[in-house]
Ligand binder design. Structure first.
Ligand code: GCU
Length: 336
């Protein structure tokens, strides 16, 4: 009897062990050790909409390639400033990145058209353009350089903010030292309004405002909040002078290593992450807008006359950067 119990017990143990082995193999049956471990750069913090979009992208790619392609997102400019990342991505030193179009226009003139002040009437207008033929053609143009454009990301509208006194009129811009991105076009835009442009890397703007090296800067509300620029610059003039879209990029050197199937997967994942980012953007923009009220930031709305004066001053920027692209500019304006 005892012997029989022993035999039954051993059989039960054996069945359980085999079961565990089968179960464990099942869990890993779709997992491969990664064929690619790739980097992804963003200069924003990890809870910022663009970076969260980057994390979503990495997750989707890993999931849909059964773990063959692994992407590690580096937030907070850990891989360098946007300008440096663009240099690296062109040579394959960084694999993926999310960057502002303002940094790419330094290399790709055709992107000037989407960098024109007051071009997009609002967010809907911008998305109609970018999601349509013009946006697709611009992506194809970018792809002729050393990078592959994967999707457009939202970055809202940029406005001016100042430390000592509010900007209520274009006359208040005169002589102000305003930080701009490292971009000749952005510097010219600010100078066309009468201010003095100072090009400073994004991560250094907080200190420059604190130390009084500059009188103000310009950016969207989420950046103003997330980088705590409001601590020094207490006046935010809602002039919304420009909407600069952002792009998710892949280095051409990396892109060329992927199979055609993987390219399709990566592109789809980028587009899905972009949809997610746009939703997040809307939420964060309104969340930060309410934070500004709590922080008692003075938000200034320009009068209609002043709005016209700001717009009019931008004529020279259009002439300088877009004289050969006026057809596209007109097509953009005509899009309802
Ligand atoms: C936005 C944008 C960044 C950019 C920054 C800047 O925050 O998302 O990519 O670096 O503007 O003003 O430099």
């Amino acid at each position: 009897m005892k012997r029989r119990i022993k035999i039954i017990a051993s059989i039960t143990v054996a069945i359980t062990v085999v079961g565990i082995i089968i179960y464990m193999n099942k869990g890993t049956e779709n997992k491969h050790s990664p064929e690619f471990v790739l980097s992804y750069a963003d200069n924003q913090s990890s809870d910022y909409p663009t970076t969260m979009g980057g994390y979503r992208f990495a997750e989707l790619v890993e999931e849909r390639t059964d773990g063959r392609i692994k992407i590690k997102v580096y937030p907070n400019a850990k891989l360098g400033s946007e300008g440096d990342v663009i240099k690296q991505i062109r040579f394959g030193g960084v694999d993926f990145a999310r960057v502002s179009a303002s940094q790419l226009v330094e290399y790709i003139d055709e992107l000037n058209v989407i960098m024109m002040p007051y071009l997009f009437r609002d967010s809907d207008h911008m998305w109609k353009v970018l999601d349509g033929k013009i946006g697709d053609e611009l992506m194809t143009t970018v792809n002729n350089y050393d990078v592959e454009a994967l999707s457009w990301y939202d970055a809202g509208a940029r406005s001016f903010y100042t430390v000592d006194k509010p900007i209520k009129s274009i006359d208040d811009m005169k002589g102000l030292k305003i930080r701009v991105q490292e971009s000749e076009l952005m510097a010219n835009m600010v100078e066309a309004l009468g201010a003095k442009a100072v090009e400073i890397t994004y991560s250094k703007v907080y200190d420059s405002l604190k130390r009084g090296n500059i009188d103000g800067a310009e950016n969207n509300i989420p950046s103003y909040e997330s980088e705590r620029h409001y601590e020094s610059a207490r006046y935010y003039t809602l002039d919304e002078h420009i909407r600069i879209p952002e792009l998710q990029l892949c280095s051409k050197a990396t892109w060329n290593k992927f199979s055609e199937e993987d390219k399709i997967i990566i592109r789809q994942c980028a587009e899905e992450s972009a949809k997610y980012e746009r939703e997040l953007w809307k939420d964060k923009e309104s969340e930060y807008r309410s934070k500004m009220e709590e922080q008692e930031v003075e938000v200034i709305e320009l009068s209609d006359v002043e709005k016209m004066r700001f717009r009019y001053a931008m004529t020279e920027v259009y002439e300088r950067y877009c004289s050969e692209y006026m057809d596209t500019i007109n097509n953009i304006i005509m899009i309802e």
